[in-house]
Design a protein around this ligand. Structure first.
Ligand code: G3D
Ligand code: MG
Length: 184
């Protein structure tokens, strides 16, 4: 008795499957990529342990309205400083978080280069997030909000502002990205 309760897939409650997504962090060195992922996954700031690793990824589990999501978040081990990040790093990604530092105009130009490369290599399947980090340094801002937001819109990306230092905007960023990846 009872075995007929589970031999049909159709009896599995709707929405009980887990989504697995790969998300990569990209951007110039020092913009705060490692700080963002450490804040999000471990609620730490300025922890140096990860910078010594060769490559790293952290995981996070979410439940969004009954949909389970497993995130694998790939962080660079600093290779971006030597322009050594290639397709092996970002292939098979469902989402990319392209980070710049709002006090550093050059880091925003680097984001534009990453957008071009990702669109060329992966097309429109990948969800792009452009993130202006370090908003706690608003007084030293060198990238206009208007310019950043309209650029993001023009390339089909969404724009977010964060501070890893003050833990601002990070939950919202990842939650929004997950919802977008579920819909893709
Ligand atoms: P990266 O992984 O992109 O190379 P890191 O960047 O996460 O290593 O951060 C580079 C520096 O920026 C670190 O400072 C870090 O503390 C700082 N940082 C990261 N996020 C923020 C933020 O939101 N606000 C401010 N004010 N600083 C931030 P150090 O001094 O350790 O090099
Ligand atoms: Mg780093």
């Amino acid at each position: 008795m009872g075995h007929h309760h589970h031999h049909h897939g159709s009896l599995v409650p709707r929405g009980s499957r887990a989504y697995s997504f790969k998300v990569v962090l990209l951007g110039e060195g020092c913009v705060g990529k490692t700080s963002l992922v450490l804040r999000y996954c471990e609620n730490k700031f300025n922890d140096k342990h990860i910078t010594t690793l060769q490559a790293s990824f952290l995981t996070k589990k979410l439940n969004i309205g009954g949909k389970r999501v497993n995130l694998a978040i790939w962080d660079t081990a600093g290779q971006e400083r030597f322009h050594a990040l290639g397709p092996i790093y970002y292939r098979d990604s469902n989402g990319a978080i392209l980070v710049y530092d709002i006090t550093d105009e050059d880091s925003f130009q680097k984001v534009k280069n990453w957008v071009k490369e990702l669109r060329k290599m992966l097309g429109n399947e990948i969800c792009l997030c452009i993130v202006g980090n370090k908003i706690d340094l608003e007084k030293e801002r060198h990238v206009s909000i208007q310019e950043a937001e309209s650029y993001a819109e023009s390339v089909g990306a969404k724009h977010y502002h964060t501070s890893a230092k003050q833990n601002k905007g990070i939950e919202e960023l990842f939650l929004d990205l997950c919802k977008r990846m579920i819909e893709t």
